[in-house]
Design a protein around this ligand. Structure first.
Ligand code: GLN
Length: 449
């Protein structure tokens, strides 16, 4: 009830739908379970979900006008898992339409506001999740990441968020943006909570053919392990160009703390990163064009019987999809057309492979034996609610290559900066780990926190 009250009084626009009655009912059920001592540590804990995960008992909009009344006939994989642990779903969180965007300005619903300064954008596309956790409207939230949608908003809102290895969490029931890049994750206040929640939603799912067939792991188990002998790489490309001195200073402080904990740092080079933005733009546009073709007024949306068939399709797509989404669909159509397919699509698949290979060699065939990579998340502080999209694409170079290669990463807050415009501007850093090594990056994050 306390959380529901806080959500109701909040003016941050983080929630699209709130589960008032159902959550009270579920909380009463959880009380009984606790009373009978049949509980786990998660019984009765409130959570909320990015509105990209389908749920049976309330609407799932994906931040789009197209789905504003849509109710799914089934629950997504992760929702089922949380239900099994009797966690209380307080509702669905605002996000960019179909998770496309970097600042939440693409949501059909009201714009989310960053809790930290009540002024700037919360980042995107999981801005509702990040700002709600930051404001303590919920202790944790689910989110998704295709090119930085967990890492970036966590940095802007000062919370911790993990994007695990691609395939670690089933995408069944997670509305698709670019399927080969999409990955679900957790946003919370610290690495420990992220680890606990990640443990229960990970695991093989036959309904997702990209799901990893790995044994169950407790991701919160090795959090206190010593960092002696840990080697972290610092890619020179991420530190030399255009990085704000204030951000650089904060990250240098982080490095000093880790050195005291026994970590050894080495300079490395990730040359392929410069082609990641271009590669992402092509591949994600083509995949979103294909995935969103289902929103046509026949399978989803409203079919107007008075209009002719083709007119109906055009009408539905034209009036119910947002500007940025339409832009991406058109880009995808052009990039994959017979004229450009070979030169653009095939080449970007090769680019993607080279990005993946560079990371793979770095982590697996390396005499340096690095355990993780540390990089910034934003190069500057130029984000506020009026001037959207400032350097959006430029900052994406810090996050996109982990999606293209499928590596796990975590966003960790490391202090505030104050100036005339921003009362409180959070700075975070990112730790990227080897495939399936979520344990290691959570351990590195926990030791810092
Ligand atoms: N900002 C990126 C985009 O708009 C990534 C979004 C995401 O990770 N879902 O494509």
């Amino acid at each position: 009830k306390i959380y529901l009250k806080k959500i109701k009084n909040s003016k941050l626009n983080t929630f699209i739908n709130i589960n008032k009655k159902k959550s009270i009912k579920d909380a009463k059920k959880a009380d009984k379970i606790i009373y009978n001592k049949n509980n786990t540590i998660l019984t009765g804990i409130p959570i909320a979900h990015k509105d990209i995960f389908v749920t049976k008992y309330n609407k799932t909009t994906a931040g789009s006008k197209f789905l504003k009344k849509y109710i799914s006939p089934y629950d997504s994989f992760i929702i089922k898992k949380f239900n099994k642990f009797n966690m209380i779903n307080l509702g669905k969180l605002n996000c960019d339409e179909f998770a496309i965007g970097s600042d939440n300005s693409n949501s059909y619903f009201k714009k989310v506001i960053n809790y930290l300064d009540k002024l700037s954008i919360p980042g995107g596309s999981s801005g509702g999740s990040a700002s709600a956790v930051s404001a303590n409207l919920i202790p944790a939230a689910t989110a998704s990441d295709t090119g930085g949608s967990i890492i970036q908003p966590c940095s802007l809102c000062g919370v911790t968020g993990i994007k695990p290895t691609y395939g670690r969490i089933s995408r069944f029931g997670m509305i698709s943006f670019a399927s080969s890049l999409d990955q679900a994750g957790i946003i919370s206040n610290n690495a420990e909570d992220c680890g606990i929640l990640l443990s229960i939603i990970s695991g093989f799912d036959k309904n997702d053919n990209t799901s990893l067939n790995k044994n169950f792991e407790y991701f919160n188990k090795n959090l206190n392990k010593s960092l002696e002998k840990t080697i972290i790489g610092l890619p020179i490309e991420f530190f030399n160009q255009g990085l704000s001195i204030k951000i650089e200073n904060k990250i240098n402080d982080v490095i000093k703390i880790y050195k005291k904990l026994g970590v050894k740092f080495i300079d490395i080079s990730l040359k392929k990163n410069k082609i990641s933005n271009l590669t992402y733009d092509i591949l994600s546009s083509i995949e979103v064009m294909s995935n969103l073709s289902r929103y046509d007024g026949i399978k989803y949306g409203k079919y107007n019987k008075k209009k002719k068939f083709l007119k109906n399709l055009i009408y539905n797509r034209n009036f119910n999809l947002g500007k940025e989404v339409k832009k991406r669909i058109l880009k995808g159509l052009i990039y994959s057309s017979s004229k450009y397919y070979k030169n653009i699509y095939s080449k970007s698949l090769k680019f993607r492979y080279s990005i993946y290979k560079e990371y793979y060699n770095f982590f697996n065939n390396n005499i340096l034996n690095c355990n993780a990579i540390l990089i910034p998340i934003f190069s500057d502080l130029g984000y506020n609610i009026k001037s959207k999209n400032i350097n959006n694409k430029m900052n994406d170079i810090f996050t996109i290559s982990t999606n293209l290669s499928g590596l796990p990463s975590i966003s960790i807050p490391c202090g505030y900066i104050k100036n005339k415009i921003y009362k409180k501007k959070n700075i975070s850093f990112q730790i990227i780990g080897n495939y399936y090594k979520e344990n290691k990056i959570l351990n590195i994050a926990h030791k810092y926190q």
